[in-house]
Design a protein around this ligand. Sequence first.
Ligand code: PLP
Length: 389
Amino acid sequence: MFAVCTVLHWIDEELQRLATQGLLRSRRIRTGPQGTVCNIDGKPVINFGSNDYLGLAGDPRLAAAARAALRREGTGSGASPLVSGYSRYHRLLERRLAAFEATEAALVCVSGYAANVGTVAALVGPGDLVISDAHNHASLLDGCRLSRADFRVYPHCDMEALERLLRRSDRYRRCLIVTDTLFSMDGDFAPLPELAHLADRYQAMLLVDEAHATGVLGQDGRGLVEFFGLEDRVAVRIGTLSKALGCVGGFVVGSKSLVDWLVNRARPYIFSTAMPPPVAAAAAAAISIVRSEPQRRRHLLQQADLLRQQLSRMGWNIGRSASHIIPLVVGAPHRATVLAAQLLRRGVFVPPIRPPAVPEGQSCLRISLTAAHSDDHVAQLIDALAAAG
Ligand SMILES: *Cc1c(COP(=O)(O)O)cnc(C)c1O
């Protein structure tokens, strides 16, 4: 018998409410590696709901690196990196990240979420101002709230609204602007040259989150800051090991003093156990592959260009997407779930995205294209969409 806890009855009512609004989430069991064909709830499907953009999550070279570290150090790190959790694999990964990103230093956190929350809250506090794009990832928004700095939001990519906020920033001690570079639901680019210009002009710090761009965009795969040639103008760059790098974890790259400060002040870094050494070893291997196999990102971006053109021609609303993240905007949450179910019956998995992950009226199916999808996979997606129409 489970204990009956009447003080939690309100939860059942709230869950019922979510269900009537079409907003209730549940989980499906996936088996098999990410990226292309996997089993969802026992049924084989082509997976367009994975952020394994370069097809590295199931790469045997990552698994081999993880196995070697596993044999030497086991699964757990045992403690915070500040106590005894920081291993040679963490150091190797940080050095490789700094070399890859061409920065003085790098810091590895247990997740991109932790990297964002910890870094924002370490850079600003009471008496400071933090300004965010309305479509930024939840982890950046949570970092802004947690910092206890004055928190302002500008409409998505609206540089005039940002400048209006900056004009009133001189009464604060410090000012921080935070933005995704490649927006996770829209698949569009932040106007980084304008952001860098405004940050300079108003003496603000600029923090960018490259979660969906690392490994994919830029000549060498460093992301959108590299793509725009702004590496010397953006003080704080954050990325994740969880998407194109095929592992899990987050990182911050920048100056050595930035990293030293975060080691001393970023609470999610200080108060969480270090990531398992095998994960750090696998991520280090992934970075080497990103450097040595640029054809993966080139192929992905070419496929994405073709798919966007095709979807637009078919009349789908893909919003402002300019990348491998392609939303099919359908409006109401129910329409997104119905369309997703129709595609699933045809063996194609595309996750429906509903509020609060997107604004009201902007529910969509979010296509994540990866370098591992073949022309045939994409053709099956198009066919299924045409049939569901
Ligand atoms: C996924 C994501 C994160 C979080 O990264 P995790 O490593 O999965 O915690 C942060 N920012 C953005 C924009 C993301 O899409």
